[in-house]
Design a protein around this ligand. Structure first.
Ligand SMILES: Nc1ncnc2c1ncn2[C@@H]1O[C@H](COP(=O)(O)OP(=O)(O)OP(=O)(O)O)[C@@H](O)[C@H]1O
Ligand SMILES: [Mg+2]
Length: 765
């Protein structure tokens, strides 16, 4: 066998050298799938004499495409540059730039981004005389995108509506939207794929030309392809059938973007005569880590059975640490990493901290900055650089002093107040002529010549800030943030965004409120100025050097395909991971998707894996007690190195404390909290006593969060209420407790929750 394949094991060799006909490499994480793909390309060129021009390799992200090209460059002597290595989208752009005129477009088409798309939707809704409140851009874009991913064109969408009023209206919007795009010679991201498929279906000559050229097609991370991507591959490989796809059904984590796991599960039916190769030897992780991964994923019903093993030895035991608070979790994890680096065991770049939601990065980022640990945030903007956080910070700064013109400029039209650039210029000129700050000039707007009617709008803004200034004396920063979000209409604006985006921003804002609540809990008599000073210190990220040896922080989703010697999976709590949404959607498939994500996380670790959870975490300014994630329970318990943090230190769990004997209190099994329900406590001390979490953080929180019991409630059993985070719901029960009312609410999407009335601030609707 050739030299090129020398570094592969026999099964990998078989896969890499099986070049003709359809081939599915179905294999678990770290078994060398990506490695086989790159070696296969080299083998085709060097051994089989295939022209690089005839080879296509498709990946999902630009980063992966770049890496694939680099790896092939190293293996192949000449011609690597003419291999077609690209993502799905860039492949389509390439085809369409050449041939889109066949579909009636001009070849110099424009690609619309989300902002452009939204304005097209707004225009369509207006033209159709529909209520923009009922037909919001975000959700409509979601509907259109889903239709396009299923290759449903506007006319088919209408036919499928079958008289349903709402769907009929959506069909009209879709039609108008598409017409505008065509009139502007523009395409959206989904069109790129859809139009390419249409082009190939309707133009035999073009299809045949590409089929003839792209004789060998390879797709990495095949488990995440959606219908239209699948169709594109099917068409292109339709003549030579030399299609090699690699993937792992257990790592399919993009269902929410239309990825269809059946594409991989039914490969053999779709491509008759397909050869299937399974790789089971893992080269990445120790056996302890693999056993953890195998044991968790075994709980999914719909999967192809496979079992990973490795020759890397047992390795260190997988650990689980249960902290009292999320604050303690962040502090200790960063400490542990720093210690291992100081001891010379690892470098920062060997370590990764993974979490379920972007907002969780905040606590870790702060600890890194405080302890001078260099870090790199992958696939996200640093917490304090995020748009919504900068907006709210700008409000707080303006409320605090109004001297920062940048902040004032940032928020004057956020949300929109209709104050135009011309007016702002006049204000700036007036301010500089009179040696004032911009905000002072605004306070005197009516005296400024030429401002005219805009003066009223400016006064409105100034008055609002004045009201907040008064409030700032009464409220702590967390409450102030809440009133800013509500009273300026910022939250309302958020709701108009696409669901994913709105939710991510909402989570970040919640996390910022938690930060504020946390700060006030730990600083008696803190003022807004002190809080802003603290934030300025922790938000200083200018001294970050992306090239330097640094710790990686990222979400589980963005960790796919990567590997690290040391991995921490944090926030392993019911409601966080798995997420509330997946727990309450009613579709068991959603929990399975979360479990696959957990599997992806575990299998990133090469030598050392630690899972962590916190008993209490601030969620939307409330302390929330959560049970340990079910995924922790699914790990092989007898091999798990389990530590409990109690007051003053970490203690190893004694041999008699098996997971099952603890399940009542730790997994929420026997307590009044059903699995997945959360407990928002205003009476921290009371709850703390009951659950015996007598640690110093509890007392501080308790002090900060004891809010008076309301005299009476304006809602009762059966009423509809709304909660700022959980949305709308129906009151199931109201219990009059000594210190507060405990209200049980069944939320429409967030499930059943028990809340304390004094803190939950439920509104009757
Ligand atoms: N035969 C082999 N000999 C030595 N190392 C190998 C071999 N096969 C794979 N590896 C190494 O194992 C690690 C995992 O390989 P690779 O990233 O290709 O796996 P994968 O199946 O694509 O994983 P994932 O499912 O996470 O994408 C890499 O560091 C790779 O270099
Ligand atoms: Mg891979």
């Amino acid at each position: 066998m050739s030299d090129i394949l020398q570094s592969l094991n026999p099964v990998q060799k078989e896969a890499a050298s099986c070049t003709e006909g359809p081939l599915l490499i179905l294999a678990g994480a770290g078994s060398g799938k990506t490695r086989v793909l790159t070696h296969r390309i080299a083998y085709l060129i060097e051994e089989k004499g295939v022209n690089p021009w005839n080879i296509m390799a498709i990946t999902f992200t630009n980063k992966a495409a770049q890496e694939m090209r680099d790896r092939v460059d190293r293996l192949v002597e000449f011609g690597a540059e003419s291999i077609w290595v690209a993502t799905f989208h860039s492949s389509c752009v390439r085809i369409l730039r050449r041939y889109i005129d066949r579909l009636g477009y001009d070849n110099h088409f424009t690609i619309y981004d989300t902002d452009d798309q939204k304005s097209v939707i707004r225009k369509a809704v207006k033209e159709l005389d529909l209520d923009p409140k009922q037909y919001r851009e975000g959700p409509l874009l979601g509907v259109i995108s889903a239709a396009k991913n299923e290759m449903i064109e506007p006319q088919d969408f209408e036919t499928q509506a079958g008289g349903d009023f709402r769907i009929c209206q959506e069909a009209k919007i879709y039609k108008a939207y598409q017409k505008t795009l065509i009139d502007n010679n523009a395409v959206d991201f989904d069109d790129l794929l859809l139009l390419t498929v249409r082009l190939l279906r309707e133009n035999r000559d073009i299809l045949e030309a590409y089929q003839e050229r792209l004789r060998y097609i390879m797709v990495d991370e095949y488990q995440d392809t959606n219908s239209v991507q699948f169709e594109l591959i099917r068409l292109l490989s339709g003549k030579y059938h030399n299609l090699c796809v690699v993937g792992d059904d257990d790592q399919s984590i993009y269902k929410f973007r239309g990825a269809d796991i059946t594409n991989i599960l039914s490969f053999e039916e779709t491509f008759p005569g397909a050869k299937v190769v399974k790789l089971e030897q893992n080269y990445r992780s120790t056996n302890n880590i693999l056993e953890a991964a195998n044991s968790v994923i075994a709980n999914n019903a719909h999967r192809k059975e496979k079992h990973l093993w490795s020759e890397n030895g047992e390795g260190k035991e997988v650990s689980f640490i249960h902290y009292e608070t999320a604050y303690g979790e962040a502090e200790d994890v960063i400490d542990k990493i720093q210690t291992s680096v100081h001891m010379g065991k690892y470098q920062y770049q060997d370590c990764a901290i993974l979490y379920r939601t972007n907002a969780q990065s905040r606590a870790f980022e702060e600890k890194c900055i405080k302890k001078s640990v260099p870090y790199r945030l992958v696939g996200g903007v640093n917490f304090y650089q995020r748009q919504e956080i900068k907006d709210i910070l700008a409000y707080l700064k303006t409320i605090d002093s109004g001297r920062d013109d940048l902040s004032v400029t940032r928020i004057v039209n956020v949300p929109k107040r209709g104050i135009g650039q011309v007016t702002l210029n006049k204000l700036a000129v007036y301010a500089s002529e009179h040696g004032m700050r911009l905000f002072q000039a605004m306070e005197q707007a009516e005296q400024i010549p030429g401002i005219g009617k805009a003066a009223d709008k400016i006064k409105g803004f100034v008055n609002q800030i004045m009201v907040f200034r008064a409030l700032a004396k009464e409220l702590d920063a967390a409450e102030l943030i809440e009133s800013i979000l509500e009273q300026t209409g910022y939250l309302e604006e958020l709701e108009k965004l696409e669901e994913d985006k709105a939710q991510a921003k909402q989570e970040n804002l919640d996390e910022f409120q938690n930060k504020a609540a946390d700060y006030y809990a730990n600083h008696d008599e803190a003022a807004l100025t002190d809080f802003l000073e603290e934030v300025a210190l922790v938000a200083d990220i200018d001294n970050m050097d992306s090239e330097a040896d640094s710790l990686t922080l990222m979400t589980l989703h963005s960790a796919k395909g990567l590997e690290f010697p040391v991995v921490y999976m944090t926030g392993m709590e019911e409601g966080l991971f798995p997420s509330y949404m997946s727990m309450n959607s009613g579709d068991p498939g959603d929990i399975e998707e979360e479990r696959r994500l957990c599997y992806v996380g575990i299998t990133r670790a090469m030598q050392q894996l630690t899972l962590t959870a916190a008993k209490q975490r601030m969620v939307h300014g409330n302390i929330q007690y959560s049970a340990i994630s079910r995924f922790v329970k699914e790990l092989p318990q007898e091999k798990l190195d389990w530590k409990e943090e109690t007051f003053g230190g970490l203690f190893k769990k004694g041999p008699s404390m098996t997971a099952n004997s603890l399940s009542g209190s730790l997994f929420g099994g026997s307590s009044s909290m059903s699995s997945g329900s959360s407990f928002s406590a205003s009476q921290g001390s009371q709850t703390a006593k009951k659950t015996n979490y007598d640690n110093v953080f509890d007392l501080k929180y308790a002090k900060a969060f004891s809010s008076p019991k309301p005299d009476s409630l304006d809602y009762k059993e059966g009423d509809r209420v709304s909660h700022i985070k959980f949305g709308k719901g129906t009151v199931l029960a109201v219990e009059d407790m000594k210190k507060d009312y405990q209200v049980t609410v069944e939320f429409d999407t967030a499930g059943v929750k028990k809340l304390f009335a004094g803190f939950a601030k439920l509104k009757k609707i």
